[in-house]
Design a protein around this ligand. Structure first.
Ligand SMILES: [Zn+2]
Length: 134
């Protein structure tokens, strides 16, 4: 009888099919540098390594950043303030999260609901939508 306790699908691709849901920008490389992706994506605690300079960062360091940002995003459950959301998005990118990181995407998704609903943030009034390069 097959085991059913393994319900999550596991990808062996460190870029997660090019989505980089976990990826951070490499601080050592700078602005146009590489991305930090899991060395062994089947091992949750694996170090991350830069695709460009091969520099390594322990998973725990990145986890601490994610935890900090994640806690700061709790407000999204209660507030739809576009300015707060934009500040949160800036913070995500400042802290080195890739623009496709799942936390960055969560903020963008929330922003996408808010834009278009709030006066002053209706789509036809909005010309400064953040669009970060990958
Ligand atoms: Zn690097």
């Amino acid at each position: 009888m097959p085991s059913t306790h393994e319900s999550t699908s596991v990808s062996a691709d460190p870029t997660e099919l090019g989505t980089y849901l976990d990826a951070f920008k490499c601080a050592a490389c700078g602005e146009d540098g590489g991305l930090l992706v899991s060395v062994d994506c089947l091992d949750w605690s694996s170090d991350f390594s830069c695709e460009s300079c091969s520099g390594r960062v322990p998973r725990q360091v990145l986890q601490a950043v994610e935890d900090e940002i994640g806690e700061g995003l709790d407000f999204m459950n209660h507030h739809d303030d576009p300015e707060l959301l934009e500040a949160a998005l800036d913070l995500c990118l400042e802290k080195g999260l890739h623009s496709g990181h799942y936390l960055t995407l969560a903020v963008k998704k929330h922003l996408s609901y808010v834009y278009g609903r709030r006066p002053g943030f209706l789509l036809h009034q909005e010309s400064h939508l953040h669009e970060a390069d990958p």
